[in-house]
Design a protein around this ligand. Structure first.
Ligand SMILES: Cc1cc2nc3c(=O)[nH]c(=O)nc-3n(C[C@H](O)[C@H](O)[C@H](O)COP(=O)(O)O)c2cc1C
Length: 397
């Protein structure tokens, strides 16, 4: 279940209102209860009947007619939700909210808020950059409101620039982390995730069963804690967490080069190596496809890949390094040995057959002088715990 499961969605009059239909559906799929309120102008873009059908509740548009939320929907809708999402948020509603104006249902709802409010702005780039709008956004941020986006890119009006609404999937991705303490604010974090793929020829290769989910969740947790996050991912089809910079890598050598390139000149506060990096690569990999010749098996030769965790430790430009150890047995002993050999502050040990591919993980947090079990728990909870411990170590150093 998501952290916020009772949502009031306030739709205002922007062209991106149609994307809210998809947002309501996605929220419902997570098991959330969604109530929709709309401005008069929003209803010019998408009819309330659509939102009523998608949310399963009547849509609130006015305070001046009796409705299912009682005589005062601006109170009832706030009482019955734990997050108010204003999406798309027009320049108009941002201006009204920043000044406490309450002259229709949506603005009165925002004025009477008691729960966190998330604005998802969408507007033409000149409207977004307008100094009055920027002042209003700043006022709302200072008042404790959250903002998701806007993104930059092509706009419905033909302009290119900042003001484009985030995709509904990106908003969903960011929602859970809104109220997480910003323990990594101003910190630079580099995370690796997923498997690597070592070619044998142009069509075959050696890989492993890592899904990338644990590493992607670590990147999300670091982002939610306020960090600037770069995620270096092996081949895995997972969507990039919103607000995280992703670099794709295929082989262990690619991944090592991407890590080195990311650290070059800037270093990082924290490196978390979650990727299941191949220990060896095939030195006699061939171009084309090795033919299946009767009776003759191909002979593969191997050499060791770069050890990325050790490489990062030896660079000296990363304050804290954290590694993963996926083992089949003797977890604590192997993890402690890895921690000492590679100069890591923390090794997260897990049993490979349980951890790879699944939705949950049981881990052992191993430092040179301690070992603590955590889980079984969803990988996102494990990721939050890793970030909590990493923040503590960073604060101490
Ligand atoms: C076709 C059209 C598209 C619009 N798109 C946007 C938009 O994306 N963002 C925005 O801030 N205003 C947009 N506007 C202007 C708002 O609809 C206008 O400021 C309105 O007063 C907003 O009312 P509301 O905030 O109460 O919904 C658009 C207007 C029209 C006619």
């Amino acid at each position: 279940m998501p952290r916020f499961s009772r949502i009031t969605l306030a739709v205002t009059g922007g062209i991106a209102a149609y994307k809210c239909c998809e947002f309501v559906r996605a929220l419902k799929k997570t098991g959330s209860d969604v109530h929709v309120a709309m401005t008069e102008h929003a209803a010019a873009f998408v009819g309330p009947v659509t939102f009523e059908a998608l949310s399963g509740h009547p849509v609130a548009m006015t305070e001046w007619a009796p409705g299912p939320q009682g005589a005062m929907p601006h109170i009832g809708l706030n009482q019955s939700s734990d997050l108010l999402v204003v999406m798309p948020a027009t320049a108009n509603i941002i201006a009204k909210a920043a000044h406490g104006i309450a002259d229709d249902l949506v603005s009165t709802l925002i004025a009477a808020r008691r729960q966190p409010v998330l604005f998802v702005p969408a507007m033409n780039r000149f409207m977004w950059d307008n100094p009055a709008n920027q002042r209003n956004v700043e006022t709302l941020r200072r008042d404790g409101c959250f903002f998701a986006g806007p993104a930059s890119g092509f706009q419905a009006c033909g302009d290119v620039g900042a003001g484009r609404m985030l995709e509904p999937s990106e908003v969903l991705d960011l929602m859970d982390g809104l109220t997480v303490p910003k323990s990594l604010e101003g910190r630079r974090v580099v995370v690796t995730a997923g498997p690597t793929f070592e070619p044998i020829d142009d069509v075959r290769g050696i890989t492993n069963r890592s899904s990338g989910r644990q590493g992607f969740d670590v990147a999300r947790a670091a982002r939610d804690a306020g960090a600037d996050v770069t995620l270096i991912a092996g081949p895995c089809p997972l969507p990039t967490p919103a607000g995280v910079k992703r670099i794709d890598a295929v082989t262990a050598a690619d991944m090592a080069a991407a890590v080195a390139g990311t650290l070059e000149g800037r270093g990082a506060d924290l490196f978390i190596g979650v990727a299941a990096v191949a220990d060896w690569r095939v030195t006699n990999a061939r171009a084309g496809k090795i033919k299946k010749t009767d009776g003759r098996l191909p002979e593969l030769q191997f050499e060791e890949n770069v050890d990325i965790l050790r490489m990062v430790g030896e660079r000296g430009d990363v304050k804290i390094t954290i590694g993963f150890a996926a083992e089949a047995e003797n977890l604590e002993a192997y993890a402690r040995d890895k921690c000492q050999r590679k100069g890591a502050s923390l090794i997260v040990g897990n049993i490979a057959r349980e951890a790879l591919g699944g939705a949950e993980n049981s881990v052992l947090f191993v430092t040179p002088d301690s070992a603590e079990a955590f889980g079984p728990a969803p990988k996102r909870d494990v990721a939050d715990e890793i970030i909590r411990r990493a923040s503590q170590i960073l604060t101490k150093n």
